[in-house]
Structures are given as structure tokens and as C-alpha cells.
Design a protein around this ligand. Structure first.
Ligand SMILES: Nc1ncnc2c1ncn2[C@@H]1O[C@H](COP(=O)(O)OP(=O)(O)OP(=O)(O)O)[C@@H](O)[C@H]1O
Length: 308
């Protein structure tokens, strides 16, 4: 897979606040890479440094083997966290303006705008003024503006926030199809279920430092223990006798048993007490959402591994 974006040891401080303490990762063509982290972790600062909106104190960003001023910005699409389009301009005019800023041919842009407006359920809105659009509609227009010029790298900062479920699906499908066609995608999102469905690899920052970097599978193997969801009428004392369990959550006749790290489910199942009432039993790895919470709240996982 060809690397398109390389971020090398980025450091950035604001007065005495060290926002980035040496961030390094790569994004390849055709992959969706998630950049995750709790509020204030440093995601937007990383993205702003990649975009040249601010400059790092040290470290480098390489895109298409170029760095600094030589980076071909017209090959990057960016949906910033702060949404905003000129209000008293028609949808078509603002999108043509954005295409022009990227030196994209306007006749081709016009055709693509009409196709995208239709795809995003905004058919016929080309002559509507931006101020007449709802928040979600205006977000769709801004998203179209970020992909119109066929960028090689697309950076999306919280693209799903404020979207209804149908619009989320449209965005999700479009992002997946851009990646399938070779676009490198860097996606910052707090919606872990969507990240889990969409991303090939992920990079998680906490306090300006890397805590996870790898494919979704690697991360799940490394950080995600199994949990067993058990339905049955079982006294807590019986459940507490089950070996290799870290903790148990009781929800009436439903119990969630968080298995210890390294437990192999089919061996573990053989150790269940014969008198256990089993109406239903599921064993799954914990979700990315749960891994995120474990790490962001500095629970046991991090202290064991310290990062990928
Ligand atoms: N312009 C700035 N001046 C001073 N401090 C800043 C500035 N921008 C960011 N910071 C600080 O840098 C740290 C990282 O902020 P950043 O916006 O990158 O976090 P984030 O991971 O994007 O968070 P969120 O999920 O809340 O958007 C925070 O402590 C923030 O207060």
C-alpha cells in the first residue's frame, strides 16, 4: 500500500500547554484511518498542523513526498470541525468558488456538483441561498465542497456530528466509496460504532501522545478482552465462583462477565459450573467504544500494555 501522508514526531505547545508531544503516523492510499481521542487530546491540533493552518514547533508533515510550502494543497480535501459557509451565497456559487480555489476545472465541477446534490438528497437546491439551508443540509454542502475537486487525501473532522441517521449512512457510503477508489482518508470522530464499521486502521491520542496505532483487528486483539453476556436465573454467589473473570455487571437475570486478559473462550466455557442456569449465552470481544472508555479513563488496559 502506498503511503500518501506521513506525520513525523509533531510537537506543538500553546504557552505552557504541550498539546502534541511527538505524534507520528502514516495514511496510505485507499485506506480509512481514524484519529481518535478524548476531548482535548490533540486531534484537531494534529489536523491543523497537517493542513498548514498552524505550524508545529518541531516535526514534519510529508504529503506526496513534499513538505512545508511545497505540499500540493489542491490534492487535499478538508472538512473542518468548525462548520461555516458564506451565508448569502447560492449553493452552486459557493461550491464553484471552492472548486476554483483548488484550481479544479469549473465545467467539470458544475457537473459533479449536480450529481452530488442529487446523491445527498439536495436535488434542486443549487440556486438556494446557504442561509436557507438547515444545519444538516449545509453540512452536506460543505462535505461536497471537500470532495468536489477529487482530492487524493480527505481529512474529515467530526463529519457525522449533527447528522440524522439517514444522512450518516449517505456520508458513510460516500466515504467508503472514495476509499475504494484510492482516496486516503483521515477521519476524526467520536462515534465509535461508525469508526468500528468503517476504518481500516486507527490512531488514538491521549494527552498529546500516541496510545494506540494499528489495524482494527490488531487493536481488538491487543486491547479487547472478551465479555460473556449470560441470561439465566443465577445467584450472584454462583457467578462469583466462575474463574478468570475480572468483574461482573448484574442486570437482573442478565449478567455481563468481563473475562480476564488472555482467556481463551472455548477453554473458559468448559469451566462453567454444571448448575449454572443458561438461557442464552454470548461471548464477544469488547467493542471499540468500550476500549476507548477503558483507555480514556486510564483503566487497567493501558497500564498493562502502554500502547501499540
Ligand atoms: N489555539 C489554541 N490556544 C491554546 N490552546 C489550544 C489551542 N488549540 C488547542 N489548544 C489546547 O490544545 C489541546 C488539544 O486541543 P485539540 O483541539 O487539538 O483537542 P481535540 O482532541 O481536537 O479535542 P476535541 O475532541 O474536544 O475537539 C487542548 O488542551 C486545547 O485546550
Amino acid at each position: 500500500m502506498k503511503t500518501l501522508l506521513t506525520v513525523q514526531n509533531l510537537k506543538k505547545s500553546f504557552k505552557d500547554k504541550e498539546a502534541l508531544k511527538g505524534i507520528s503516523f502514516e495514511v496510505n492510499r485507499g485506506e480509512i484511518m481514524a484519529i481518535l481521542g478524548p476531548n482535548g487530546a490533540g486531534k484537531s491540533t494534529t489536523i491543523r498542523n497537517i493542513m498548514g493552518i498552524m505550524y508545529p514547533d518541531s516535526g514534519e508533515v510529508h504529503f506526496h513526498q513534499q513538505s512545508g510550502e511545497a505540499i500540493p494543497k489542491s490534492k487535499i480535501g478538508y472538512l473542518p470541525e468548525e462548520r461555516g459557509l458564506y451565508k448569502d451565497v447560492k449553493v452552486m456559487d459557493i461550491l464553484l468558488y471552492l472548486a476554483d480555489l483548488k484550481n479544479y476545472p469549473l465545467d467539470k465541477a458544475k457537473e459533479r456538483i449536480l450529481t452530488y446534490l442529487k446523491k445527498f438528497d439536495l436535488e434542486g437546491k443549487e440556486n438556494t441561498s446557504v442561509e436557507e439551508l438547515s444545519k444538516g443540509m449545509s453540512q452536506k454542502v460543505q462535505f461536497i465542497g471537500s470532495i468536489l475537486h477529487e482530492p487524493d487525501l480527505l481529512i474529515l473532522d467530526e463529519p457525522f456530528s449533527g447528522l440524522d441517521p439517514v444522512s450518516q449512512e449517505i456520508f458513510k457510503d460516500e466515504i467508503a466509496s472514495l476509499a475504494a477508489n484510492g482516496t486516503a482518508i483521515l477521519l476524526s470522530s467520536h462515534q465509535m460504532n461508525l469508526v468500528e464499521q468503517m476504518c481500516d486502521r486507527l490512531f488514538m491520542i491521549q494527552h498529546g501522545q500516541k496510545v494506540i496505532y494499528g489495524t482494527l483487528d490488531e487493536v481488538k486483539k491487543q486491547y479487547a478482552n472478551f465479555k460473556c453476556i449470560l441470561h439465566g436465573e443465577n445467584p450472584p454467589a454462583l457467578l462469583e465462583k466462575i474463574p478468570e473473570v475480572d468483574r461482573i455487571e448484574h442486570h437482573g437475570s442478565r449478567s455481563i462477565l468481563h473475562l480476564q486478559k488472555g482467556v481463551i473462550p472455548h477453554y473458559w466455557l468448559k469451566q462453567l459450573p454444571a448448575e449454572l442456569d443458561v438461557q442464552e449465552l454470548h461471548i464477544n470481544r469488547i467493542s471499540l467504544h468500550e476500549i476507548f472508555i477503558d483507555i480514556a479513563t486510564d483503566k487497567h488496559l493501558l497500564s498493562q500494555e502502554g500502547g501499540a
